[in-house]
Design a binder for this molecule. Structure first.
Ligand SMILES: C[S@@+](CC[C@H](N)C(=O)[O-])C[C@H]1O[C@@H](n2cnc3c(N)ncnc32)[C@H](O)[C@@H]1O
Length: 399
């Protein structure tokens, strides 16, 4: 990526949320990398499917551009894209519809839906690509419909389009992530969407992950992602030299999906408990793994220290989800307070115990909310996911 360094910063999605900014625009290359990874697992993952990008101005979104340009290669049946009236950058970013300009300036558009059922080589250059889509839209203005309800993904017009769709692919507004996922799940849709890694533990999201109804996408979530941001955005990371667009880095974004892919079937390569205790630098000096005071489980601070031969419950960092292979492990809960009925919880602290623990730890009065996490020797540890090994058998032999 061509870069011009500017104000370096790690713009978190959390900050974006607080600022009520939902205007992070996904780069073409990130969409391409993610989608293509599904094809490696199943070449026909998108063949014959109706793809719907429901938070995407078709003239500006790279989601629309990617799927339109690759319509034939992916074997799509139909591509639908709907824009949202409320977008503050509608009409000021990239444009495909040169014909929709007045005095050289594109008018701020009203919400529309675009539906495409074929992409032909209209300009006769021997390839079918985004130029052909532009020509197609120019020659077939009836393929766009004005959305009377403003293009909100929850509106009845958009829900009708959603019902048609097989796969929904987009980067939805961060502030509406819970609602967005709930709608797609309610309508039993396949999805491939970008969200915040912190959403993993949301009480609306975690049960889906636990039940293997939602998992992380192919792009490793530790890498962070770069997004195009509006021109008036101040805390950007750099300016892309080719496009002149401001780019912000979001360290806490990742892909969520319920489409199968190869990476989630790669087993984590692990050592036995004894070998970990002998060789892991994190467990140096210990003769056994720590156990929680309030869960019937062992504490594991680094996913690499997960023992390959322990059959009980293990508390592992949230980052484990990125390595989670459902053939190897089962997720049984979290140590979060939003999982109160967890059967592996062995103790619920009273308010007095929480106050006393605070006094003991910090030497002043306060409340140490011991019920909100796993506790080891009276000290709270970071957020943990509770897992256990899957009992797999190969040719009748328990592994
Ligand atoms: C994070 S941006 C991503 C835009 C585009 N999907 C992309 O990835 O480049 C989310 C988009 O959703 C739009 N949006 C906000 N609220 C919406 C709603 N209720 N329904 C549909 N779109 C909405 C925003 O205006 C914004 O354009």
């Amino acid at each position: 990526m061509a870069k011009t360094k500017s104000k370096p910063m790690n713009q978190g999605l959390g900050a974006a949320k607080v600022a009520k900014k939902d205007e992070f625009y996904t780069q073409y290359v990130d969409i391409q990398k993610e989608v293509e990874a599904y094809l490696e697992f199943d070449l026909d993952a998108f063949r014959g499917k109706i793809v719907y990008c429901n938070c995407d101005d078709p003239f500006e979104s790279n989601f629309f551009k990617y799927f339109a340009a690759n319509f034939n290669r992916l074997g799509l049946k139909k591509l639908i894209s709907t824009s949202y009236d409320g977008s503050p950058v509608a009409g000021v970013q990239l444009t495909l519809d040169e014909y929709n300009r007045t005095n050289g300036k594109r008018q701020k558009p009203k919400a529309i839906a675009i539906e495409i059922e074929e992409v032909k080589d209209l300009n006769g250059d021997g390839a079918t690509d985004i130029e052909d889509v532009r020509l197609f839209l120019e020659q077939n203005p009836h393929h766009r419909t004005n959305l009377a309800e403003g293009g909100d993904f929850r509106s009845s017009e958009c829900v009708e389009l959603l019902k048609q769709a097989d796969i929904v692919v987009t980067n939805p507004p961060f502030s509406l992530f819970r609602e967005y996922v709930a709608l797609l799940v309610r309508h039993k849709k396949k999805l491939l969407i970008i969200g915040n890694t912190n959403s993993i533990t949301y009480k609306e999201i975690f049960p889906l992950i636990k039940a293997n109804k939602l998992w992380l996408g192919c792009t490793n979530f530790n890498v962070g992602m770069f997004f195009e941001v509006p021109d008036d955005w101040e805390n950007f990371h750099h300016i892309d030299e080719q496009t002149g667009k401001k780019i912000a880095r979001v360290s806490t974004s990742c892909w969520y999906t319920n489409i199968d892919h190869g990476r989630r079937h790669e087993p984590l390569s692990l050592m036995t408990m004894a070998d970990n205790l002998r060789y892991s630098k994190n467990l140096k000096g210990k003769s056994a793994y720590d156990r929680y005071d309030n869960y019937d489980a062992i504490e594991i601070g680094f996913y690499k220290d997960i023992p390959s031969d322990y059959d009980g419950i293990m508390g592992v960092p949230i980052t484990f989800i990125n390595k989670y292979n459902p053939d190897q492990f089962e997720i049984v809960g979290t140590t979060e307070s939003n999982d109160p009925d967890n059967p592996f919880r062995t103790r619920v602290y009273t308010s007095k115990e929480c106050r006393d623990a605070y006094q003991k730890r910090f030497g002043k009065s306060g409340v140490y909310d011991l019920n909100a996490s796993g506790v080891v020797n009276g000290v709270k540890v970071f957020k943990r996911v509770l897992i256990r090994r899957c009992c797999r058998t190969v040719q009748g032999k328990k592994l």
